[in-house]
Design a protein around this ligand. Sequence first.
Ligand code: HEM
Length: 188
Amino acid sequence: MNSQIWWYTARSGGILASLLLAASVLWGLAITTRAANRITRPAWLLDLHRFLGAAALVFTGIHVVAILLDTYVHFGLAEVLVPLTGTWHPVAVAWGIVGFYLLVAIEVTSLVRSRLPQRWWRSVHFASFPLFVVTAIHGLSAGTDRHSPLMVWGTIAISVVVAALTTVRVISAMPPRPQAAVPVPHRF
Ligand code: HEM
């Protein structure tokens, strides 16, 4: 069991990071779609969204450190930081590395948000959607548990909810169609 502790840590860290990331994305979408319906946005809702994102990054860190410490497959620093440099499922791992950089970019720009032009912060924050997609592909292609029905159907179910809320979000952000001119009746 002891020799496998890092492997278990890597797996549970990856799964927890994915769940926290999904929760953060879903929470963020729930806030913005409700905002579109003009319902108030108490500060704690945003704080929870931020907390979930930060926790996802912390567990990704635990996931990656455990992969470095696990001796069953050797991973060096370059292999966990530079996509396609390793020999163990390089493409599956590369999705995770890309996800890691996107997550770091989103977290860092959120921490210094007040010092950035709103447009820059927003553009980086929209990377949450590709981030969700690449980490889902990574989990389903790299993981030991990738064939487990819970992992597969859990990822599919969460992805469907994210896609549905994203559609609502996009539709609610569209400018309203110009009203057709109502013909004014002539007075005789
Ligand atoms: C530098 C970045 C990353 C590297 C090098 C990396 C590497 C790996 C490796 C080697 C595995 C296979 C572990 C195994 O089952 O034996 C794995 C699985 C996994 N990774 Fe990553 N990963 C990275 C980032 C991420 C990120 C950002 C997430 C999610 C937020 C994530 C979530 C997962 C999940 C859910 C699994 C499946 C665990 C399982 O099946 O038990 N990874 N990763």
